[in-house]
Ligand binder design. Structure first.
Ligand SMILES: [Zn+2]
Length: 393
């Protein structure tokens, strides 16, 4: 493994803003590259990864897991479509469909679209196309939304599209309070359930029309990218809606499709929330970053939290995304390496005085609850403060 392979534009901190025409009014956001912290950490991680024993075993594990994910997905779907299952076997197969989809998304699609699954870019794009064909989301748009907007500008208001949910929810202290956010800790879970449905229907198209995701430019795809987008949507609609309509009544397909997409969305959203949307994570704005330059690697550690690092079943099921600090520092390292990289990254964080946050599942969920509550409380506090200075009568 070389530094250029594991260290792409995002990872090395070459993170000049990509957007242009649509973001003229926004302050320019950039981070400082390198720094002793990430240089030393990278050197030790590369030394660990370059050991022959680690290299040989790792790829086999990664691809075997991919085969399992596809097998669960395909066998569950075939059982539902041609197996004429009874109620219990039908429910089990439906659960398998949801599990197989999540496993493919976390353990194959996510790695591939980061360029971590294969050594060749084209093969990664081909495997990343599982986002289009199996999840119904454009992998072309996803690479901008996730790799650029989220991984480069983590928890930066207006730039990280995942944390910028205004006017529906307030996830960062710098965002303007609104009266309805007082109830956000109740309704936000329902909104998260609609996430996949939104991207499968109008989300991709709206982003292409707008030309941006967050503050990052999104160009309309052409050539093979356009063919992949259209072909992926056709395949997704075929297996998820058209073929089921040939077997089941329309209302059953509608209900099953809604439940399927909502549960998959919720699993993905909760995984994101536990890693970034907690009191212990840092949040910032473009204005604050313009006033105080930061090292990109330090920013990533401060805006990210690990959870359940000792739970091997969860680690396997979530594609290592409970090791979010390791993933954010080394997004082009395949996910099955994160657990072994953890002691190296944690030791360097502690040596440099950086808070390496990790929590159990229960504690991480409580941290999310406290954060959503704090954003609500901040609304009440700011309203009280305004009332105190407004003239009465
Ligand atoms: Zn990622």
């Amino acid at each position: 493994m070389t530094q250029s392979r594991e260290g792409g534009d995002v990872q090395t901190g070459r993170v000049k803003r990509l957007s242009d025409a649509n973001a003229d009014a926004s302050p320019k956001v950039s981070f400082d590259n390198g720094g002793e912290f990430i240089r030393q950490t990278r050197r030790d991680v590369e030394e660990y990864l370059s050991a022959r024993r680690v290299r040989a075993r790792g790829r086999a594990q990664l691809y075997a897991k991919g085969v399992i994910a596809f097998a669960v997905l395909l066998s569950s779907w075939l059982m539902l479509m041609v197996g004429h299952p009874g109620v219990w076997l039908g429910l089990l197969s439906f659960g398998g469909l949801i599990f197989g989809t999540s496993l493919t998304a976390f353990s194959v699609m996510h790695d591939a679209n980061h360029g971590a699954y294969f050594r060749k870019r084209r093969l990664n794009h081909l495997m990343g196309w599982t986002a289009d064909s199996l999840l119904g989301l454009s992998s072309y748009a996803w690479r901008v939304k996730h790799n650029v907007a989220h991984h480069t500008y983590t928890n930066v208001d207006g730039y990280d599209a995942d944390i910028t949910q205004v006017p529906f929810a307030r996830l960062m202290p710098v965002q303007e309070p609104r009266p309805w956010y007082r109830l956000q800790h109740y309704y936000i879970w329902f909104l998260y359930c609609l996430m996949a449905l939104r991207w499968q229907t109008i989300g991709d198209v709206a982003a292409f029309v707008r030309g941006t995701i967050g503050n990052s430019a999104l160009r309309v795809p052409r050539g093979w990218d356009l063919a992949g987008l259209v072909g992926g949507k056709v395949i997704f609609v075929s297996w998820a809606i058209v073929v089921p309509l040939l077997v089941y009544p329309w209302w059953g397909v509608v209900v099953a499709y809604l439940v399927y997409s909502m549960v998959v969305s919720l699993i993905m959203a909760v995984t994101f929330q536990l890693a970034h949307c907690v009191e212990e994570a840092d949040f910032t704005s473009a204005e604050q970053l313009a006033a105080e330059r930061r090292l990109w690697a330090v920013h990533e550690v401060e805006t990210t939290v690990d959870f359940c690092p000792r739970n091997r079943v969860l680690t396997w099921s979530l594609g290592g995304l409970n090791f979010q600090i390791e993933h954010h520092l080394f997004p082009r390292v395949p996910h099955h390496r994160y657990r072994a990289m953890r002691p190296i990254v944690r030791a360097f964080c502690r040596k440099r005085g950086l808070a390496y946050e990790e929590a159990s599942f229960g504690r991480a969920l409580a941290m999310v609850g406290r954060h959503l509550g704090a954003m609500t409380a901040a609304y009440v506090a700011s309203r009280s403060a305004r009332a105190a200075v407004l003239p009465v009568g």
